[in-house]
Design a protein around this ligand. Structure first.
Ligand code: ADE
Ligand code: ZN
Length: 327
């Protein structure tokens, strides 16, 4: 109970949240009605009942269907604002939000609609909640590098509104090196670079994210434990890993939370952080991730809680002066 209170109340940064993954079933249905979009589910309960995933792809199919209700700037604003209110309640003081523009532009939604709706929610979060934030544009890795280049081009008029780029969607069969050239271009543009790697994919994908994409953080990365040499390298680099425990259990990366490798990652000296990934789909927001992880893994205690909070600020893309205030 004292540990739980510490986990919930400590100030923290969230670095791995797909904003489309924060769309709760109630908001999906409200937006479907507002926009006249037909859903293949009768009601909120039927939709929630479909949230029984066997792997990453089984989740992504439903996640992209849910995002189909987002059409107007106000929709993107409402989605992100709902997230910020929940994040603030969890004592998140800084959040870096992934967004997937291709999920929307492929349906005819303009890039500016997506970005401006999210930006206005970010500004409101700073003003009304005191939560700072940044946006990270993710390329969908199941699509081509050419499509990623087109997405980057369409986003350049909004360059000042996003701090970096990431790589998400179906990992297996879509290694980081598929996006070598577009990431090189992003680095030239001064964008921060991150990538999902080692969630379902092998440790070799983490290595190519480092060597080819030259990422500054690895999203998930939990499969690094299969390669002791890679764990050593990540620790020596102090390369952040944005770990998402509830996601890993819901997507069957681990059978149970008791089998999660977060304790091993911390014991190896890795800069691991705890995050929510797609909280509307995986059973909870960031504090739920902390509480369930620590409850299932009794070897985690107060020192680990402080370390994880400190890591979250150190791994963030805020200016060094701001970090010093936080850690
Ligand atoms: N898109 C949303 N959530 C994701 C995840 N956990 N892995 C890859 N792509 C995603
Ligand atoms: Zn993710």
């Amino acid at each position: 109970p004292a540990l739980q209170a510490l986990l919930c109340r400590m100030p923290k940064a969230e670095l791995h949240i797909h904003i489309e993954g924060s769309l709760e079933p109630e908001l999906i249905f409200a937006l479907a009605q507002r926009n006249g979009v037909a859903l293949p589910y009768a009601n909120v309960e039927a939709l929630r009942a479909a949230y029984a995933f066997t792997d990453l792809q089984s989740f992504l199919d439903i996640y992209y269907a849910g995002a189909s209700v987002l059409l107007h700037e106000q929709d993107f604003h409402d989605m992100a604002w709902a997230y910020f209110q929940r994040a603030a309640a969890d004592h998140v003081v800084h959040a870096e939000l992934f967004f997937d523009p291709q999920t929307h532009t492929e349906r005819g939604v303009a890039m500016g609609t997506v970005v401006q709706g999210l930006v206005s929610a970010c500004e409101r979060a700073q003003r009304e909640l005191g939560v700072s934030s940044a946006l990270i544009l993710c390329f969908l890795r199941h699509l081509s590098e050419e499509a990623a280049f087109e997405t980057l081009e369409a986003a350049l008029p909004y360059r000042q509104h996003f701090t970096g780029v990431g790589l998400d969607s179906s990992e297996r069969g879509h290694p980081p090196e598929k996006f070598a050239r577009v990431f090189a271009r992003c680095r030239e543009l001064g964008l921060h670079v991150v990538a999902h790697a080692g969630e379902e994919g092998p440790p070799a994908y983490i290595e190519s994210a480092l060597d080819v994409l030259k990422v500054e953080r690895i999203d998930h990365g939990v499969r690094c434990v299969e390669s002791p040499a890679l764990v050593q390298r990540l620790a020596a680099l102090r390369m952040p890993l944005t770990v998402c425990p509830l996601s890993n259990v819901k997507l069957c990366v681990y059978r149970t939370m008791a089998e999660h490798q977060l304790p091993a990652l911390l014991a190896a000296g890795l800069c691991a952080t705890v995050n929510s990934d797609d909280p509307a789909y995986f059973g909870g927001y960031i504090n739920q991730n902390f509480v369930e992880t620590f409850a299932a893994l009794p070897q985690l205690g107060r020192d680990h809680a402080y370390t994880l909070a400190r890591n979250s600020f150190q791994a963030s893309f805020v200016p060094a002066e701001t970090k010093q205030r936080w850690v």
